[in-house]
Design a protein around this ligand. Structure first.
Ligand code: BTN
Length: 271
Protein backbone atom coordinates (compact mmCIF):
# COMPACT_ATOMS: atom_id res chain seq x y z
CA UNK A 1 0.00 0.00 0.00
CA UNK A 2 1.42 3.42 -0.91
CA UNK A 3 0.35 6.85 0.32
CA UNK A 4 -0.81 9.30 -2.36
CA UNK A 5 0.34 12.84 -1.88
CA UNK A 6 -2.88 14.80 -2.33
CA UNK A 7 -4.68 17.19 -0.02
CA UNK A 8 -7.17 15.41 2.21
CA UNK A 9 -9.23 17.98 4.16
CA UNK A 10 -10.04 15.24 6.71
CA UNK A 11 -6.28 15.32 7.55
CA UNK A 12 -5.90 11.56 7.15
CA UNK A 13 -3.89 9.40 4.78
CA UNK A 14 -4.97 8.52 1.25
CA UNK A 15 -3.76 4.99 0.43
CA UNK A 16 -3.48 3.32 -2.93
CA UNK A 17 -3.24 -0.38 -3.84
CA UNK A 18 -2.94 -1.75 -7.36
CA UNK A 19 -5.43 -4.60 -6.96
CA UNK A 20 -7.87 -5.27 -4.10
CA UNK A 21 -10.97 -7.39 -3.62
CA UNK A 22 -13.08 -4.31 -2.85
CA UNK A 23 -12.05 -1.01 -1.27
CA UNK A 24 -14.99 -1.60 1.13
CA UNK A 25 -13.17 -4.62 2.58
CA UNK A 26 -9.88 -2.73 2.91
CA UNK A 27 -11.67 0.15 4.62
CA UNK A 28 -13.09 -2.31 7.19
CA UNK A 29 -9.61 -3.71 7.85
CA UNK A 30 -8.20 -0.21 8.20
CA UNK A 31 -10.97 0.58 10.70
CA UNK A 32 -10.14 -2.50 12.79
CA UNK A 33 -6.49 -1.42 12.78
CA UNK A 34 -7.44 2.00 14.18
CA UNK A 35 -7.16 4.14 11.02
CA UNK A 36 -8.47 7.66 11.70
CA UNK A 37 -11.68 9.39 10.49
CA UNK A 38 -11.30 10.36 6.85
CA UNK A 39 -8.80 7.67 5.82
CA UNK A 40 -9.15 6.89 2.12
CA UNK A 41 -8.30 3.74 0.20
CA UNK A 42 -8.27 3.82 -3.60
CA UNK A 43 -7.00 1.31 -6.15
CA UNK A 44 -6.43 0.59 -9.83
CA UNK A 45 -8.63 -2.48 -9.91
CA UNK A 46 -11.21 -4.28 -7.76
CA UNK A 47 -11.68 -8.01 -8.23
CA UNK A 48 -14.95 -8.03 -6.29
CA UNK A 49 -16.27 -4.48 -6.56
CA UNK A 50 -19.78 -4.30 -5.10
CA UNK A 51 -22.82 -2.37 -6.27
CA UNK A 52 -25.64 -1.09 -4.11
CA UNK A 53 -28.13 -3.75 -5.04
CA UNK A 54 -27.65 -7.07 -3.27
CA UNK A 55 -25.52 -9.43 -5.30
CA UNK A 56 -24.68 -6.82 -7.96
CA UNK A 57 -21.02 -6.45 -8.87
CA UNK A 58 -19.39 -3.17 -9.77
CA UNK A 59 -16.84 -3.71 -12.54
CA UNK A 60 -14.47 -1.08 -13.86
CA UNK A 61 -11.60 -1.12 -16.31
CA UNK A 62 -8.15 -1.15 -14.69
CA UNK A 63 -6.31 2.10 -13.89
CA UNK A 64 -8.51 4.56 -15.78
CA UNK A 65 -11.31 5.02 -13.23
CA UNK A 66 -11.64 6.05 -9.61
CA UNK A 67 -12.92 3.51 -7.11
CA UNK A 68 -12.37 4.45 -3.46
CA UNK A 69 -13.79 4.17 0.03
CA UNK A 70 -13.53 6.77 2.76
CA UNK A 71 -13.71 5.59 6.35
CA UNK A 72 -15.76 7.93 8.54
CA UNK A 73 -15.92 7.53 12.29
CA UNK A 74 -19.01 8.66 14.20
CA UNK A 75 -18.85 7.27 17.73
CA UNK A 76 -22.47 8.32 18.34
CA UNK A 77 -25.29 7.46 15.97
CA UNK A 78 -26.70 10.96 16.18
CA UNK A 79 -23.42 12.35 14.85
CA UNK A 80 -23.83 10.62 11.48
CA UNK A 81 -24.79 13.41 9.06
CA UNK A 82 -28.43 13.07 7.98
CA UNK A 83 -28.97 11.62 4.51
CA UNK A 84 -25.25 11.04 4.15
CA UNK A 85 -25.53 9.20 0.81
CA UNK A 86 -27.51 11.95 -0.91
CA UNK A 87 -25.10 14.57 0.39
CA UNK A 88 -22.14 12.48 -0.77
CA UNK A 89 -23.81 12.31 -4.21
CA UNK A 90 -24.01 16.09 -4.32
CA UNK A 91 -20.34 16.34 -3.36
CA UNK A 92 -19.40 13.99 -6.23
CA UNK A 93 -21.58 15.99 -8.63
CA UNK A 94 -19.97 19.32 -7.65
CA UNK A 95 -16.49 17.79 -7.89
CA UNK A 96 -17.18 16.44 -11.39
CA UNK A 97 -18.40 19.88 -12.49
CA UNK A 98 -15.31 21.49 -11.01
CA UNK A 99 -13.07 18.91 -12.70
CA UNK A 100 -14.83 19.13 -16.07
CA UNK A 101 -16.47 22.59 -16.30
CA UNK A 102 -17.77 21.90 -19.82
CA UNK A 103 -20.19 19.44 -18.20
CA UNK A 104 -21.74 22.13 -15.98
CA UNK A 105 -25.50 21.65 -15.57
CA UNK A 106 -25.41 18.27 -17.30
CA UNK A 107 -24.60 16.22 -14.21
CA UNK A 108 -27.71 15.00 -12.35
CA UNK A 109 -28.52 12.88 -9.33
CA UNK A 110 -30.90 10.03 -9.91
CA UNK A 111 -32.45 9.31 -6.53
CA UNK A 112 -31.12 7.90 -4.35
CA UNK A 113 -27.48 7.67 -5.35
CA UNK A 114 -26.63 7.44 -9.02
CA UNK A 115 -24.76 10.26 -10.71
CA UNK A 116 -25.79 10.64 -14.35
CA UNK A 117 -24.60 12.60 -17.35
CA UNK A 118 -27.07 12.70 -20.25
CA UNK A 119 -29.12 9.98 -18.55
CA UNK A 120 -26.13 7.61 -18.36
CA UNK A 121 -24.50 6.55 -15.12
CA UNK A 122 -21.07 8.05 -14.48
CA UNK A 123 -20.74 7.31 -10.76
CA UNK A 124 -22.34 5.29 -7.98
CA UNK A 125 -22.25 5.43 -4.20
CA UNK A 126 -22.43 2.63 -1.67
CA UNK A 127 -22.76 3.44 2.01
CA UNK A 128 -22.20 0.72 4.61
CA UNK A 129 -22.15 1.23 8.35
CA UNK A 130 -21.19 -0.78 11.38
CA UNK A 131 -20.86 0.25 14.98
CA UNK A 132 -19.28 3.68 15.01
CA UNK A 133 -17.99 3.59 11.43
CA UNK A 134 -19.39 4.48 8.03
CA UNK A 135 -17.69 3.22 4.88
CA UNK A 136 -18.59 5.46 1.97
CA UNK A 137 -17.66 3.75 -1.28
CA UNK A 138 -17.62 5.80 -4.45
CA UNK A 139 -16.91 4.64 -8.00
CA UNK A 140 -16.47 7.22 -10.76
CA UNK A 141 -15.96 6.28 -14.41
CA UNK A 142 -13.22 8.71 -15.35
CA UNK A 143 -11.70 7.65 -18.66
CA UNK A 144 -13.25 4.33 -19.60
CA UNK A 145 -14.14 4.34 -23.30
CA UNK A 146 -15.87 1.01 -23.79
CA UNK A 147 -18.45 -0.66 -21.57
CA UNK A 148 -19.65 -4.27 -21.53
CA UNK A 149 -22.63 -4.96 -23.79
CA UNK A 150 -25.15 -4.97 -20.92
CA UNK A 151 -24.05 -1.47 -19.86
CA UNK A 152 -23.90 0.16 -23.30
CA UNK A 153 -26.35 3.00 -23.47
CA UNK A 154 -26.58 2.99 -19.67
CA UNK A 155 -23.04 3.95 -18.57
CA UNK A 156 -20.62 6.71 -19.50
CA UNK A 157 -17.37 8.21 -18.27
CA UNK A 158 -16.26 11.80 -17.72
CA UNK A 159 -13.92 11.51 -20.71
CA UNK A 160 -16.65 10.18 -23.03
CA UNK A 161 -19.10 12.86 -21.90
CA UNK A 162 -16.52 15.65 -22.35
CA UNK A 163 -15.60 14.42 -25.78
CA UNK A 164 -19.27 14.29 -26.79
CA UNK A 165 -19.72 17.80 -25.51
CA UNK A 166 -16.71 19.06 -27.48
CA UNK A 167 -17.86 17.32 -30.63
CA UNK A 168 -21.22 18.98 -30.19
CA UNK A 169 -19.39 22.30 -30.05
CA UNK A 170 -17.48 21.35 -33.24
CA UNK A 171 -14.17 21.61 -31.50
CA UNK A 172 -12.55 18.28 -32.14
CA UNK A 173 -9.06 19.53 -31.27
CA UNK A 174 -9.92 20.02 -27.65
CA UNK A 175 -10.64 16.32 -27.18
CA UNK A 176 -9.82 15.28 -23.65
CA UNK A 177 -7.38 12.41 -23.48
CA UNK A 178 -6.35 11.21 -20.07
CA UNK A 179 -3.36 9.35 -21.47
CA UNK A 180 -1.84 12.62 -22.61
CA UNK A 181 -2.11 14.12 -19.17
CA UNK A 182 1.18 14.70 -17.43
CA UNK A 183 -0.12 13.69 -14.04
CA UNK A 184 -2.77 11.30 -12.89
CA UNK A 185 -6.05 13.11 -13.35
CA UNK A 186 -7.87 10.52 -11.26
CA UNK A 187 -6.22 11.93 -8.16
CA UNK A 188 -7.01 15.50 -9.14
CA UNK A 189 -10.65 14.40 -9.17
CA UNK A 190 -10.26 12.49 -5.90
CA UNK A 191 -8.89 15.61 -4.18
CA UNK A 192 -11.83 17.65 -5.45
CA UNK A 193 -14.32 15.02 -4.23
CA UNK A 194 -12.72 14.95 -0.78
CA UNK A 195 -12.86 18.74 -0.51
CA UNK A 196 -16.55 18.88 -1.54
CA UNK A 197 -17.39 15.90 0.69
CA UNK A 198 -15.77 17.52 3.70
CA UNK A 199 -17.93 20.64 3.13
CA UNK A 200 -21.11 18.70 2.35
CA UNK A 201 -20.92 16.60 5.52
CA UNK A 202 -20.50 19.68 7.68
CA UNK A 203 -24.03 20.46 8.84
CA UNK A 204 -23.19 24.04 9.68
CA UNK A 205 -21.90 24.80 6.19
CA UNK A 206 -24.57 22.82 4.42
CA UNK A 207 -28.01 23.53 5.75
CA UNK A 208 -29.50 23.82 2.27
CA UNK A 209 -28.51 20.42 0.84
CA UNK A 210 -32.14 19.74 -0.10
CA UNK A 211 -32.45 22.85 -2.22
CA UNK A 212 -29.14 22.13 -3.92
CA UNK A 213 -30.15 18.54 -4.53
CA UNK A 214 -33.54 19.42 -5.97
CA UNK A 215 -31.85 21.72 -8.51
CA UNK A 216 -29.83 18.74 -9.76
CA UNK A 217 -32.45 16.06 -9.36
CA UNK A 218 -32.91 13.84 -12.41
CA UNK A 219 -36.48 14.08 -13.80
CA UNK A 220 -37.66 16.69 -11.30
CA UNK A 221 -41.03 18.01 -12.44
CA UNK A 222 -41.33 15.22 -15.05
CA UNK A 223 -43.45 12.11 -15.43
CA UNK A 224 -41.71 9.05 -13.99
CA UNK A 225 -42.27 5.38 -13.38
CA UNK A 226 -41.10 4.32 -9.93
CA UNK A 227 -40.76 0.78 -8.57
CA UNK A 228 -41.52 0.84 -4.88
CA UNK A 229 -39.34 -1.23 -2.49
CA UNK A 230 -37.47 -4.19 -3.98
CA UNK A 231 -36.86 -4.24 -7.76
CA UNK A 232 -39.17 -7.27 -8.16
CA UNK A 233 -41.94 -5.89 -5.91
CA UNK A 234 -44.18 -5.30 -8.92
CA UNK A 235 -45.41 -2.12 -7.19
CA UNK A 236 -45.21 0.42 -9.98
CA UNK A 237 -46.09 4.05 -9.32
CA UNK A 238 -46.62 6.44 -12.25
CA UNK A 239 -46.68 10.14 -11.56
CA UNK A 240 -44.81 13.42 -11.41
CA UNK A 241 -41.52 13.57 -9.50
CA UNK A 242 -41.97 16.57 -7.20
CA UNK A 243 -38.78 16.61 -5.12
CA UNK A 244 -37.06 15.39 -1.98
CA UNK A 245 -38.46 15.43 1.56
CA UNK A 246 -36.55 16.56 4.65
CA UNK A 247 -35.39 13.03 5.43
CA UNK A 248 -34.17 12.40 1.89
CA UNK A 249 -37.32 10.60 0.75
CA UNK A 250 -38.52 10.86 -2.84
CA UNK A 251 -41.78 12.77 -3.33
CA UNK A 252 -44.10 11.73 -6.14
CA UNK A 253 -47.57 12.95 -7.05
CA UNK A 254 -49.17 9.78 -8.45
CA UNK A 255 -51.34 10.16 -11.54
CA UNK A 256 -54.94 10.89 -10.62
CA UNK A 257 -54.16 11.60 -6.94
CA UNK A 258 -54.17 14.88 -5.04
CA UNK A 259 -51.63 14.12 -2.33
CA UNK A 260 -47.90 13.59 -2.52
CA UNK A 261 -46.56 10.18 -1.61
CA UNK A 262 -43.15 9.69 0.04
CA UNK A 263 -40.85 6.82 -0.78
CA UNK A 264 -37.83 5.76 1.25
CA UNK A 265 -36.82 2.83 -0.93
CA UNK A 266 -37.24 1.89 -4.54
CA UNK A 267 -35.89 2.76 -7.92
CA UNK A 268 -36.79 5.06 -10.79
CA UNK A 269 -37.12 3.33 -14.12
CA UNK A 270 -34.69 4.95 -16.52
CA UNK A 271 -36.79 4.62 -19.65
C1 BTN B 1 -23.98 1.49 -7.12
O1 BTN B 1 -24.29 2.43 -7.84
O2 BTN B 1 -24.54 0.38 -7.22
C2 BTN B 1 -22.89 1.68 -6.10
C3 BTN B 1 -21.53 1.45 -6.69
C4 BTN B 1 -20.40 1.68 -5.71
C5 BTN B 1 -19.06 1.28 -6.28
C6 BTN B 1 -17.94 1.65 -5.37
S1 BTN B 1 -16.37 1.48 -6.17
C7 BTN B 1 -15.56 1.72 -4.66
C8 BTN B 1 -16.35 0.97 -3.61
N1 BTN B 1 -15.93 -0.42 -3.54
C9 BTN B 1 -16.90 -1.25 -3.93
O3 BTN B 1 -16.80 -2.49 -3.95
N2 BTN B 1 -18.01 -0.57 -4.25
C10 BTN B 1 -17.82 0.87 -4.08
Amino acid sequence: MIVIDIRNPFNSPVYHEETVSSTMEISRKLAVNGAPHGTVITCDFQQNGRGRKAGRSWDMERAVNLPFTILLRYPRLENIPAVITLRAGLAVLFAIEDFAPSLNNQVKIKWPNDILINSKKVAGILCEADSGTVHLGIGVNVAQREFPVDLRGKATSIELAMNNEQRAMNNEQLTFNIEQAKFDLRYVLLEKILIKLHDMLDSEVNKDWRLQLEKRLYKKGEQVVFIEGEADSGKEVKGCLMGIGEHGELLILPDGEKELRSFFSGELKLR
